[in-house]
Design a protein around this ligand. Structure first.
Ligand code: ATP
Length: 237
């Protein structure tokens, strides 16, 4: 008998109103691994992340979501967050009027506290240098770092990243990628949704590919990189 997966999505179906988007998907994420969730525009990647995070929209009509033996499918979003779900949304949601440090401290109000400020600044030296600067005045790359740091400031078990590289210069992507490897080395479990599929596959251990709300591939990231047909058909790379 194999141990249950750390994060397990089982037969999940999600709707926006009448629109049937996620059409019965099942996949596992093991503790400490990085999973790339890929697929063309509109395939349902963001909807999948939002469903796991239990946000009000979409509505999950069926299925189970388990995180470290906790039934996320029975929880509201704030309960899922308290259970260890760390979603970093595409728009980053940096809070205006607060400094870098205040954004991080606000995340640490809810116990149990995750990474300390010292540890976060060690991970992201740029944030340490700019700790007194208003968060929304940071560059796009720095805001992405702040959004990730803010998730880690809570005591999370899984990091869900929605398009973390979007709009960023390649050197900044390199820097964030290096940081994500470092976070993995500390034992974090991560799901990354990325249009930049090659970069995500270079980082990830495994990949799940979605096409119109269904899973068409679940396997090693290296296998996707080597499979030209799969890449062309579902990722256009
Ligand atoms: P992208 O890379 O373009 O964000 P994606 O794979 O993340 O693609 P989703 O954002 O999950 O795709 O969208 C899946 C489908 O759900 C799309 O057809 C989209 O138009 C639809 N959709 C997304 N958000 C909503 C919403 N709030 N209301 C209605 N339909 C939505």
């Amino acid at each position: 008998e194999t141990a249950p997966a750390f994060l397990s999505v089982w037969d999940m179906h999600s709707y926006y109103g009448e629109s049937y988007i996620v059409q019965g998907i099942s996949f596992n994420v093991h503790e400490g691994e990085i999973l790339a969730l890929l697929g063309r525009n509109g395939a349902g990647k963001t909807t999948t992340l939002r469903s796991i995070a239990r946000l009000d929209n979409p509505q999950v009509s069926r299925g189970e979501i388990w995180l470290d033996h906790q039934p996320l499918h029975k929880m509201a979003s704030h309960q899922a967050a308290a259970a260890g779900l760390g979603l970093v949304p595409e728009d980053r949601r940096i809070i205006p009027g607060l400094t870098v440090e205040e954004n991080l401290e606000l995340a640490q109000i809810a116990p149990p506290i995750g990474w300390s400020l010292d540890r976060l600044y060690e991970l992201f030296p740029r944030l340490g240098e700019r700790r007194k600067q208003e968060g929304v005045t940071l560059s796009g790359g720095e805001q992405q770092m702040l959004a990730i740091a803010r998730a880690l400031a809570r005591d999370i078990k899984v990091l869900l990243l929605d398009e973390p590289y979007e709009g960023l210069a390649p050197v900044i992507v390199d820097e964030i990628e290096k940081t994500l490897r470092h976070i993995k080395e500390q034992g974090m479990t991560t799901i990354i949704v990325e249009q930049n599929a090659v970069r995500a596959l270079q980082l990830a251990d495994r990949a799940v590919i979605l096409d119109t709300g269904s899973i068409v591939f679940d396997g090693s990231a290296a296998e996707v990189l080597e499979n030209e047909q799969l890449r062309a058909e579902y990722l256009a790379i």
